[in-house]
Design a protein around this ligand. Structure first.
Ligand code: CAA
Length: 257
């Protein structure tokens, strides 16, 4: 499928990479670029050769937020009719998505990174939700996901005070998995993705699904949900292979079934 605002590649076996590529606007997220990203993520999700997905931007900007120029002349009814901050398509991707981010990770850019399952950041990454500076509030999950990730105190400071977190602050606060030099963060994300892509894929999908449910469910309902996914894993050929390989002291040969 031809894309105009993103690039896609397979940088390692089993790894699909989608790159925001709108440098003149610091990868600001308009309707077209978000649609292309969701199309690419869904295509990788359907592709049996892919086990893990990376979403990245440039070293200068993962994304500087939703496109303010697109929103400037849009009223509430226009926003309701436009799907560019309805990112539910991304939530339905079953394979893990790693955000590999650098430079500006602002507004909708921060919200898109937080919709990924892991975040690898370059030392230059700056995370923020500066919507208050343009008279609005975060609208693609920032008030909810940032608060869950870093707690109320830091979330309030970021959103009310329009204060950006450095990569190390974001890691300390629990938003980011790890921080690497700008020269290597993408390679490190690819290594992590390769490792995940080698895992039995049904178990990978069931873990992603259950961990994400932990954000939404009370503990007892979450434990019930986990148990159902656990039992489902016992219905896979990879469960038999994994346990047999352990007993026979050999490496498992995953069938992803
Ligand atoms: N939307 C549209 N265009 C943007 C943009 C955005 N969010 N961010 C940057 N750009 C454009 C600029 O307009 C500029 O284009 P022109 O050369 O045509 O004028 C180009 O990208 C480069 O930007 P700057 O010249 O501003 O670069 P800088 O290095 O001086 O500053 C910056 C970088 C601090 C990130 C600054 O661009 C900025 O503040 N951007 C806006 C950040 C923001 O407010 N994001 C939140 C958006 S609202 C949102 O995301 C809502 C939501 O929750 C979904």
């Amino acid at each position: 499928m031809p894309y105009e605002m993103i690039l896609t590649e397979t940088p390692a076996p089993g790894v699909g990479l989608a790159r925001l590529n709108r440098p003149q606007a610091l990868n600001a997220l308009n309707s077209q670029i978000t649609r292309e990203i969701f199309d690419a993520l869904e295509a990788f999700d359907r592709d049996d050769s892919i086990g893990c997905i990376i979403l990245t931007g440039s070293d200068k900007a993962f994304a500087a937020g939703a496109d303010i120029k697109q929103m400037a002349d849009t009223d509430a009814v226009g926003m309701m009719g436009d799907d560019f901050t309805d990112w539910s398509r991304m939530s339905r991707v079953g394979k893990p998505i790693i955000a590999a981010v650098s430079g500006w990770v602002l507004g909708g850019g921060c919200e898109m990174a937080m919709m990924c399952d892991l975040i690898v950041a370059s030392e230059t990454a700056k995370f923020g939700q500066p919507e208050i500076s343009i008279g609005i509030i975060p609208g693609a999950g920032g008030t909810q996901r940032l608060t869950r990730a870093v707690g109320k105190a830091v979330a309030m400071e970021v959103m009310l005070g329009s204060r950006n977190l450095t990569a190390l602050e974001a890691q300390t606060a629990g938003l980011v998995n790890w921080v690497a030099p700008v020269e290597t963060y993408l390679d490190e994300a690819i290594q992590l993705a390769s490792k995940i892509a080698e895992m039995p894929r049904v178990a990978v999908r069931l873990i992603k699904d259950a961990v994400n449910k932990a954000e939404e469910l009370p503990l007892s309902a979450g434990l019930d949900y986990e148990k159902r996914n656990f039992y489902l894993a016992f219905a896979t050929e990879d469960k038999t292979e994994g346990m047999t390989a352990f007993v026979e002291k050999r490496k498992p040969q995953w069938k992803h079934r």
